[in-house]
Design a protein around this ligand. Structure first.
Ligand SMILES: *Cc1c(COP(=O)(O)O)cnc(C)c1O
Length: 617
């Protein structure tokens, strides 16, 4: 098996970062005993959990944190850079406890901290951040949020409030004057004239939503000086946007920030010691080497950042600053994999079995001709026969509209044309219109998940995620596929794209389950997920792996129907009472059966809303 050619690796070598491997036709986690994801999924399902599953792999959080620190520390050593390196995780990327627990554990030995952008996130940071790790606070702040910052400082946290405007700074200074409490550190977000790029690149640039202009910067220094708190200014910050495709905008921003840093130091900000580059390190989501998301490596970024800052500081004669980063997507994306069962294939009925030709020459002549084309199509005549059959279909559909042929004829037409296209694709490798034809005969796979809940960035931004089946990877997938989720929304579809086609296997779901895995869903998707149609966060589990095997922990079932209704503020006691009343007054349910019906209904209320039907046990 080892050296056998893999028919389709779904771009694993492009996006997989060696985190997964295909062994004996199955996707396996490339760690320790290399368990097949399918085995893990089956074990969880045996306990009765159906519907989509979100699997978390702590070792993938650990390795990303290691990669980040290692790259920057290596660069610092190589360039003999005297400033330090620190990092925080931006909580907005994933605040779920199943992830944050792992993050805090794995980050401890590096002093990896947290970044908060709202009051709720700040509370999380205040509760769980380790003592020696920094907290930074970005985003707009009111008095109460600033007051939380003061409390965090008094609790002993190393906290920096990054101000987004002069008003925030004034509030901080007023509060300090009034309370005489120890001040948190102050960071300043600078407004760069260099803009970010890409679909997320709205965070930089002169019209950006965030940051102080140079005039405001000078005013901020003056305000801090007047309050005798200039020594609290410890960081300048920028963030050029997420999923940076290319390193050039970061370098431009860094030149700007480096010079601002040097100027502020010269103006007397002697404790200003850090430049915070924000986040933006890209994740490779592409399943095709021809359209890779990012054109750089992490080591390249680290080297460029260190080298650039070193040269600016040499030029301006100031100390080299600590390099501070806030990359979130890079840390969180790979740790989570969503697994969803395929429930149904929609065009599978287009097989020869579905043909219902009429006896004794009763078929319309064009249908008979289609049948002949189907029987005799071969490599040589494929293109010609194919075009003939498409012509015939047009004519037959017109005949149907005019009332000359019946539904049975029309059905035979559809089936025959479908079969002809498939045969043409199978026999003639060089058909010029392959892509268009694949599109035409695509199979619709109904998948037990909600795209709105689990892949909101696909819906909102067209962000692609790597998709592959969990098994059968030693067999060539021949079906051009589009995926339907189980919401009632036509947007809940991942369409077949001729440029980046998805091929899946022809499966008989009465014989075997077929699971699709969506990778790199650990960043942003969970909390952005919407409860469209009232589908909730899927059942999740944390999987640890060593040489001996794997362990399943932290199993959290998806919310029950009642919990979902409770969450959007229904009075669930009332919901239950209404249901009970209706059962009790129904004349269709015999009195002696009412209790059973009610019990059955209550059982459903305690389960989640995803579909259960799998034809297999
Ligand atoms: C969102 C955000 C980040 C994280 O960006 P990633 O692209 O996930 O690395 C970092 N810093 C700030 C200020 C942000 O708003």
């Amino acid at each position: 098996m080892k050296n056998k050619e893999i028919p389709n690796d779904y771009g694993l070598s492009v996006w997989g970062a060696n985190n997964f491997a295909i062994i004996d036709g199955k996707v396996c986690v490339n760690k320790g005993s290399k368990p097949a994801i399918l085995d893990i999924v089956n074990e969880i399902r045996t306990d009765g959990y159906r519907g989509p599953l979100l699997l978390r792999f702590p070792h993938l959080v650990k390795s990303q944190i290691y990669k980040l620190y290692n790259a920057f520390n290596k660069a610092r050593k190589e360039y003999k850079y005297s400033g330090g390196f620190q990092a925080v995780f931006p909580l907005k990327v994933n605040q779920f406890p199943g992830f944050v627990d792992i993050l805090i554990d794995e980050g401890e030995k590096y002093g990896y901290g947290l970044e908060a952008g709202s009051k709720a996130e700040l509370i999380l940071a205040m509760a769980y951040n380790k003592d020696d790790a920094p907290i930074t606070v970005n985003g707009f702040k009111d008095e109460e949020m600033i007051s939380l910052g003061f409390i965090a400082r008094e609790m002993g946290h190393d906290i920096t409030l990054t101000i987004e405007g002069l008003g925030e700074l004034e509030t901080i200074l007023d509060m300090q004057r009034k309370t005489q409490d120890p001040m948190p550190n102050v960071g300043i977000r600078i407004r760069l004239h260099t803009a970010g790029i890409g679909i997320w690149g709205k965070s930089g640039g002169i019209n950006a939503k965030f940051g102080l202009t140079s005039t405001e910067l000078m005013r901020a220094v003056q305000l801090l000086k007047e309050a005798k708190q200039l020594n609290k200014l410890n960081m300048i910050h920028f963030h050029i946007g997420s999923q940076m495709e290319d390193i050039a905008p970061l370098k431009r921003a860094l030149r700007e920030a480096g010079n601002i840093y040097a100027e502020l130091r010269k103006m007397g900000a002697s404790n200003l010691k850090a430049i915070n580059l924000g986040g933006g390190l890209a994740v490779e989501y592409s399943q095709d080497v021809r359209d890779k998301s990012a054109s750089y490596s992490l080591q390249e970024v680290a080297n460029d950042v260190v080298f650039l800052l070193k040269s600016i500081c040499e030029n301006k004669g100031v100390d080299e600053p600590e390099i501070f980063t806030e990359s979130g997507r890079f840390i969180a994306a790979s740790h989570a994999v969503l697994i969803a069962p395929v429930l149904e294939l929609f065009t599978q009925e287009y097989t020869e079995k579905a043909l219902d030709l009429k006896e004794n020459g009763a078929n319309p002549p064009l249908v008979s001709e289609l049948y002949d084309l189907y029987r005799t199509i071969n490599e040589k005549n494929a293109a010609e026969y194919l075009h003939d059959s498409l012509d015939h279909m047009e004519s037959l559909l017109t005949l149907f509209d005019l009332g000359y042929i019946d539904l049975q004829d029309r059905s035979n037409t559809e089936v025959l044309v479908h079969l002809i296209i498939r045969k043409a694709l199978d026999t003639a490798a060089h058909l010029s219109e392959r892509d268009r034809l694949q599109q035409r005969i695509q199979e619709k796979y109904l998948v037990n998940f909600s795209l709105f809940q689990s892949l909101p960035d696909y819906w909102g931004l067209g962000q692609e995620f790597p998709i592959m089946p969990l098994d059968r990877l030693d067999k060539k997938p021949a079906r051009s596929a589009s995926l339907w989720d189980i919401t009632c929304d036509s947007d809940g579809e991942i369409t077949f794209k001729t440029k980046r086609p998805l091929f899946l296997h022809d499966v008989d779901l009465t014989e075997q389950n077929y699971f699709l895995a969506f990778f790199l869903v650990g960043a942003y998707q969970e909390v952005l997920g919407m409860r469209h149609n009232l589908f909730s966060h899927p059942t999740e589990a944390t999987i640890t792996i060593d040489e001996d095997g794997y362990k399943i922990a932290g199993l959290k079932p998806a919310a029950s129907l009642l919990d979902i209704l409770d969450d959007i503020d229904y009075d669930i006691t009332d919901v239950q009472m209404q249901l009970k009343k209706r059962i009790e007054r129904s004349e269709l349910i015999p009195v002696e059966k009412r209790q059973d019906v009610l019990a059955e209904l209550y059982l459903y209320l305690s389960e989640n809303g995803y579909l259960k039907t799998t034809r297999l046990v």
